[in-house]
Design a protein around this ligand. Structure first.
Ligand code: SAH
Length: 262
């Protein structure tokens, strides 16, 4: 088992620019495989599906916005959040279209293609920038992850590859699910995506631990917290070469409803 890399290690050693290397889309990085899976699932759920609402909170956004591209078709207000100020700064840089901001256009173009709107990628970027109204600090280990702010409960909470990074064991994972669930209205949806059976991932030359998750454990953790699982999709890993970057065996995408589904 890898040594757990907690919040203090993230503060000191997580480099947003190194992490963004995974998102140089179409360049054959390990990120291509994971990103394509997430984007397809997110597109089906938010752009082509029936889920709609006023507000979505993305928990542990990191320096990335790919997870929000289809979400801005379904929600008027998006709140991005992360534990690290450096990640929030990176996102703000993109929102303001500042020089040196990460170029998400290959990913945005891909999503436009999935949504059947290939030529409108610049408008899509503008729409996403308008939808992300706040970029806030969060901590999934707090009973109110957005403390000291107290936000009204929202229609959807999304989180990609965050809880497995933030939690050291199954108990803290269950508690983190409970904490982020407090941000959600009863009947609202929790959308989780990430990597299964992973022990580590690399950010530049720094190794970060990942909590080893199985489908069985995830189902239990959600139902124990009062969620009804609406969708649980997995996809086995295709790449067998870049195992030194991250040792995941499969990807997951979950939609769960807080309470009993009407
Ligand atoms: N959602 C992004 C980033 C995932 S990387 C993506 O899909 O690529 C894991 C993220 O979890 C990092 O941005 C890290 O800062 C964040 N994180 C780590 N500990 C956290 C905590 N206690 N609360 C909230 N976020 C945390």
């Amino acid at each position: 088992m890898e040594e757990f890399t907690g919040g203090d290690v993230y503060q000191k050693e997580f480099n947003p620019r190194s992490y963004l290397e995974y998102y140089k889309f179409g360049e054959g990085t390990l990120g291509d495989e994971t990103t394509i899976f997430y984007l397809e699932c997110l597109c089906k759920t938010f752009a082509l599906g029936s889920m709609k609402g006023d507000t979505l909170i993305d928990i542990g956004s990191g320096p990335t916005i790919y997870q929000l591209i289809s979400a801005c078709e379904a929600f008027e207000t998006i709140i991005a959040s992360d534990y690290l100020d450096e990640n929030l700064q990176e996102t703000r840089k993109w929102l303001k279209n500042e020089p040196g901001a990460f170029d998400w256009s290959p990913v945005v173009k891909y999503v436009c293609e999935l949504e059947g709107n290939r030529d409108k990628w610049a408008e899509k970027e503008a729409k996403l920038r308008r939808s992300i109204k706040q970029v806030l600090k969060c901590n999934v280990h707090l009973g109110n992850p957005m403390a000291p702010l107290s936000l009204p409960q929202v229609d959807c909470v999304l989180s990609s590859e965050c809880l497995e990074a933030a939690c050291s064991d199954h108990e803290s994972y269950r508690t983190a699910v409970k904490n982020i669930s407090s941000l959600l209205k009863p009947g609202g949806h929790l959308v989780l995506c990430g990597v299964l059976e992973t022990t580590f991932y690399m950010v530049g030359s720094r190794k970060f631990s990942s909590l080893f998750l199985t489908e069985k454990f995830l189902r239990e953790a959600l139902t124990a917290n009062g969620f009804t699982i609406v969708q649980f999709k997995t996809q086995p890993r295709v790449d067998k070469v870049m195992l030194d970057m991250c040792d995941f065996t499969a990807l997951y995408f979950i939609v769960a409803c807080k309470g009993t589904k009407a």
